[in-house]
Ligand binder design. Structure first.
Ligand SMILES: [Zn+2]
Length: 366
């Protein structure tokens, strides 16, 4: 079985749609030809010149990374810094670079789920679910044809709520219309006011699927002109958002938890605020720079918030009401490469997929 780079991209973006990336991000195919055949994949947190070199040695032509090598745009490509040199080396050697960044942070099976798993958190949930990414479709289908239409819409990705699929609501009523001269009505005649027993169908879908859902509706609906309404909902999507929160199997003393965290995440060092006498059980996590979620973590009743890139003054904001700990950006996200390798090798078992051996952390500890 031959796979093209675009097949890998389609699969990854089905799990973590690029529509979920933050506005400042640059996730997606950064270097390379999506039509090229995949010979081998390297999974990495970062892309550096060393990772490109490793790809050459391992005969891989695709690097799937969490952090985009090109973030703020490139104005020249002369090799004056590591970003340009990495991109040039990739292009010269026909190596594609794909980044799956804040979109992988945002999904419930992404970066933070992996951290929750490493710490052994039970029942991890999204800490700050995203709003405005669910749309409701209302449409009107002649009686007896509603299931055929609904099944196609479910197939296209509509009607999923949490652990339930095929969710919809139906109510019966009468639709009326008057076909104009140029019309070609399925039911009724030109120039005649027509009433039809119709079923009003309501169901939701992820907003980024709008084009696909509406195309599907138009293709399968029996009418020449399909009546429908779309409403972007205020509802939060519980499966998409920032950070995660879960419970330890049993409460631990703060200090014991921090030692446990060090060993389970393989940390050399961590920074933390004062440890109180209260045992800790509810743990919030956010890989990378996540201190913007501190208040959300407090509101959710977390005893500990684990993230990275916390500034001096931001530690004060913990106000001793939560144990805030900075475990390092690289350390918080390094297991993302394992997550990517697992996802890819499960689906594309005949493609050689490797974890990078390069330690891309630019920070050393003395
Ligand atoms: Zn990061």
């Amino acid at each position: 079985m031959v796979y093209l780079i675009k097949d890998i991209i389609t699969y990854l973006e089905n799990l973590a749609p690029t529509a979920y990336q933050e506005s400042y991000d640059n996730a997606g195919l950064i270097v390379g030809d999506a039509q090229a055949e995949v010979k081998g994949i390297i999974c990495s947190l970062d892309v550096t010149e060393e990772v490109v070199q490793e790809a050459i040695e391992k005969k891989c032509n695709l690097i799937v990374a969490h952090h985009p090598i090109v973030f703020g745009g490139l104005k020249q490509l002369t090799g004056k810094n590591y970003v340009e040199r990495t991109v040039i080396a990739a292009i010269k050697n026909d190596i594609a670079i794909y980044a799956i960044h804040t979109n992988l942070d945002a999904v419930s099976q992404g970066v933070n789920r992996k951290i929750a798993e490493k710490i052994g958190l039970l029942n991890p949930q999204i800490l700050a679910p995203k709003k405005g990414i669910v749309t409701k479709l209302t449409t009107f289908i002649p009686k007896g044809e509603e299931d055929a239409v609904l099944n196609e819409l479910f197939e296209a990705g509509a009607g999923n709520i949490g652990n339930y699929s095929n969710c919809s609501f139906k109510s019966e009523g009468t639709g009326s219309f008057l076909p104009k001269e140029a019309a070609d009505p399925t039911i009724g005649e030109k120039g005649k006011l027509t009433s039809v027993e119709e079923t009003r169908v309501e169901l939701i879908f992820p907003s980024h699927l709008e084009h696909k859902i509406i195309q599907t509706l138009k293709n399968v609906h029996p009418y020449e002109e399909v009546a429908y309404y779309l409403q972007v909902l205020e509802n939060k999507n519980q499966d998409v958002g920032s950070g995660m929160i879960g419970r330890l199997p049993e409460p631990l003393e703060g200090k014991d938890f921090l030692f446990y965290l060090k060993s389970s995440m393989n940390l050399k060092v961590l920074k933390h605020t004062a440890i109180s006498n209260k045992k800790v059980e509810k743990i919030a996590v956010c890989g990378g720079a996540g201190v913007f979620l501190l208040n959300q973590a407090k509101r959710s009743g977390a005893d500990v918030f684990i993230t990275s890139d916390i500034k001096y003054h931001e530690f004060f904001d913990a106000e001793n009401s939560i144990l805030l700990t900075d475990i390092g950006h690289y350390e918080s996200e390094i297991y993302t490469k394992e997550l990517l390798k697992d996802i890819l090798s499960r689906k594309f078992s005949n493609i050689a997929t490797y974890l990078t051996n390069v330690i891309t952390n630019p920070i050393s500890y003395l």
